[in-house]
Ligand binder design. Structure first.
Ligand SMILES: Nc1ncnc2c1ncn2[C@@H]1O[C@H](COP(=O)(O)OP(=O)(O)OP(=O)(O)O)[C@@H](O)[C@H]1O
Length: 336
């Protein structure tokens, strides 16, 4: 890592510390995440965690809505091994941006931002077979042009896109509590990409409400209660997977619930916008909107081009991604 001059610390979380840094050779400013606790020493579990994040990031390279990995390094210094992920430097998190803004995003701006997040999710789910599993405003970055990029693939994993070859059971719990889908709160271990689209519904609500989390639960059961109280159970009991859920018998599921209050919570949102919000926040995983389906709803398809002033450069970037996923030579980011 002697190729990089460390600048200021820009973030810190459970899995690592992130610094802004400058490449001594090119002068490019990057973000370097040093993974916490990594010391090599043939600890297979630590290595697995590092490689999984690096491989998911590597798979996502070139998509304009997914943070770009530049390199992954294992640094053999005296006393152990340190693991680093070198990424493009993007900018502050969406959580920070919403705090600083302190007021709701207008609907057209919310649509522009949601389009970017859903395009990133569609690529992860449909082209790459990646589940992010920790989508939240802290894990979305805002670049200098106001465009969004999903980051922090520390909880992500590859999944079988062909559901007849499921690689479940997956880890539970995943996803930060406030953004956790009902099936996860009920203990599901064979969940799918719906866990990411539920989290995107929570982010959309947060954009529309000026940064107030939609379901700020204090425990898993409190979280589930808040979800069911706000959006109803949405017929989750008749979902074929419901009976297998470890917490299907919980008294919380037997309690009668009023119909969804979501519309009352967002009275100013257009009918087309509400169609997307309520589709993402559908308690039943099998009827919840996928990222691809959400992007086909009239809220997006009928929107004017003025909604996406940034279309040009992002499309160029998207074309590079499409060429790569379509089989062009893979980039050689992982240099461990
Ligand atoms: N490429 C980047 N450009 C700019 N800032 C970044 C970048 N990557 C991460 N950050 C900042 O660092 C913070 C922490 O990064 P990251 O989420 O990857 O770490 P983490 O340890 O997994 O965090 P958590 O435990 O909260 O999930 C982010 O919220 C963001 O503010």
């Amino acid at each position: 890592m002697e190729h990089y001059e460390r600048l200021e610390k820009i973030g810190e979380g459970a899995s690592g510390v992130v610094y802004k840094a400058r490449c001594r050779r090119t002068g490019a400013v990057v973000a370097v995440k040093r993974l916490r606790g990594y010391c090599g020493n043939e600890d297979a579990e630590e290595e697995e965690v590092f490689l999984r994040e690096a491989r998911c990031l590597e798979a996502c390279r070139g998509h304009p809505s997914l943070v770009e990995l530049r390199a992954a390094h294992l640094d053999h210094a005296a006393g152990g091994v340190a693991a680093f992920l070198v990424m493009e430097y993007v900018g502050p998190s969406l959580a920070q941006a919403m705090r600083e803004r302190g007021r709701p995003f207008p609907e057209a701006e919310c649509r522009r931002l949601m389009r970017q997040l859903l395009e990133g999710a569609r690529a992860m789910h449909e082209s790459l077979g990646v589940l992010h599993r920790d989508l939240k405003p802290d894990n979305v970055l805002v670049d200098a042009h106001g465009n969004l990029k999903i980051c922090d693939f520390g909880m992500s994993r590859f999944f079988a896109k062909d559901t007849t070859k499921s690689t479940a059971p997956y880890t539970s719990p995943v996803v930060t509590l406030w953004y956790r889908a009902p099936e996860l709160l009920l203990g599901s271990r064979d969940y799918d990409a719906g866990v990411d689209t539920w989290a995107l519904g929570c982010i959309m609500a947060e954009l529309l409400s000026g940064g107030a989390p939609l379901f700020p639960g204090r425990s898993e059961m409190d979280q589930l209660n808040r979800v069911f109280d706000a959006v109803g159970m949405g017929g989750i009991e008749s979902w074929p997977g419901f009976a297998r859920l470890p917490r299907a018998g919980s008294p919380l599921c037997a309690r009668p619930r009023p119909p969804s209050r979501l519309r009352e919570m967002f009275p100013a949102l257009s009918a087309a916008g509400f169609d997307v919000l309520s589709g993402l926040l559908d308690c039943r995983p099998d009827t919840r909107l996928s990222a691809a389906d959400a992007l086909r709803r009239p809220w997006f398809t009928d929107a004017t081009a003025a909604d996406s002033p940034d279309q040009q450069p992002r499309n160029a970037c998207g074309a590079r991604f499409a060429a790569r996923v379509g089989g062009a030579a893979a980039a050689d980011a992982i240099v461990v």
